[in-house]
Design a protein around this ligand. Structure first.
Ligand SMILES: NC(=O)CC[C@H](N)C(=O)O
Length: 380
């Protein structure tokens, strides 16, 4: 529910966590109420890409960077057609955006898209709370939605959990579409959209790949109908434990031995397709400064992350799976979480983070080249 945004800067707002902790602030964006899973992102830039990343569906994002909105909103950096976060929490929003690309303020954009936010919150204290207690449900209430804290708390405790949520179908395309290769076309890739970010097909197109983006409901037959040289499984929201359909489609692709690449949710699906479990991290990895080691080269890369779940696979041994030997190819140096998987007997690999780097460092761009090499290898 949202109402007018006029005078929002002075409108009181309150953020209520499911464990009863309350933060008071002012309305930011739309005025009304919203619920979701409270998570924090440590990215100092790239708020526009964060807001429009479909993987954030049903999450209330807390920004640790204190100044948000400084460069306004442009028409180029969107990762999808709309903002997906269910709520937005900032400390000190920019009053006047400054960028030659800016078309409107972030406050206006949030309001226009009906996204309820809150500003004036001590986001460092909130982040420390989430880090100690773990990601949890939250509500933001502003204007007339502000009521007695106990009443609001009861509503937050009724909101749906992220664990067990099956959300890809709510964000993915319902119709297939094609992203043409830039320059000479060298390969065709079928990309299963579980909540894909726009930069991902673009990074493939830059490498001469024609990308056929397919709905999350695509079958193995739909995938092979485009006669692909490779198959890609995208990022996406929700709990990978619910993604039974994409897991079975991926198993069909692994059986045929077509080159396969997965990002984020796609990595969790590869984990499940191989027989590994997935689990919920205490508070997840979100931001653009996460150190990851590529164990195949020993190199460390600084990478963009947005994940709340992870694959449970043994770090220091090769595993026997129904599709041959598999190993953990990448690991997060902060906490040893599995950040990548690769098969040793088939052309398939995936990473838990975001080599498309929108926003973020480009250290991991080589992974798209690895996918191209797998497709070249299959042709040779
Ligand atoms: N960006 C993603 O693909 C996220 C995957 C999954 N929803 C998670 O939170 O871990």
């Amino acid at each position: 529910m949202t109402t007018s945004t006029r005078g929002a800067a002075k409108t009181p707002a309150v953020l209520v966590l499911e464990d009863g902790r309350v933060f008071r602030g002012r309305a930011y964006g739309a005025v009304g109420e919203t619920f979701g899973e409270a998570v924090f992102s440590t990215g100092m830039t790239g708020y526009q890409e964060t807001l429009t990343d479909p993987s954030y569906h049903r999450q209330v994002v807390v920004m640790t960077a204190p100044h948000i909105g400084n460069t306004g909103v442009n028409d180029e950096d969107m990762e999808s057609k709309r903002i997906w976060v269910s709520g937005y929490v900032v400390r000190d929003p920019a009053r006047v955006p400054s960028s030659w690309r800016s078309r409107r303020t972030l406050d206006e954009e949030l309001a226009a898209q009906g996204v309820v936010g809150i500003s004036g919150v001590d986001t460092r204290a909130l982040t420390r709370h989430l880090r100690e207690r773990g990601a949890m449900r939250v509500g933001i209430f502003s204007g007339e939605a502000v009521r007695d804290d106990a009443v609001l708390l009861a509503r937050v405790q009724e909101a749906p959990q992220m664990k067990g949520a099956n959300l890809s179908a709510e964000v993915a395309t319902t119709e297939p579409y094609v992203v043409p290769a830039i320059g000479e076309k060298k390969f065709t890739v079928a990309a299963v959209d579980l909540g894909i970010k726009g930069m991902t097909p673009h990074r493939m197109a830059e490498r001469g790949i024609e990308v056929h983006v397919l709905p999350a409901t695509a079958t193995v037959e739909d995938v092979y109908a485009v006669n692909p040289d490779g198959v890609f499984f995208s990022n996406g929201p929700g709990d990978p434990a619910t993604a039974d359909h994409p897991v079975s489609v991926m198993q069909g692709v692994l059986e045929r031995g077509t080159p396969l690449f997965g990002i984020c949710f796609g990595n969790q699906i590869l984990g499940r397709a191989l027989g590994f479990g997935t689990y919920k991290l205490k508070y997840g990895h979100r931001g653009i400064n996460q150190p990851v080691q590529d164990r195949t080269t020993g190199k460390v890369e600084v990478t963009a992350h947005n994940h709340g779940f992870a694959v449970d696979a043994p770090l220091d041994q090769v595993s026997e799976t129904p599709f041959g030997r598999a190993e953990v190819s990448h690991v997060c140096l902060n906490d040893n979480v599995v950040e990548g998987l690769q098969l040793l007997d088939r052309p398939a690999f995936s990473v838990q983070y975001h080599p498309e780097a929108a926003a973020g460092p480009h250290d991991a761009a080589y992974l798209f080249d690895r996918f191209v090499s797998l497709m070249e290898g299959q042709r040779a």
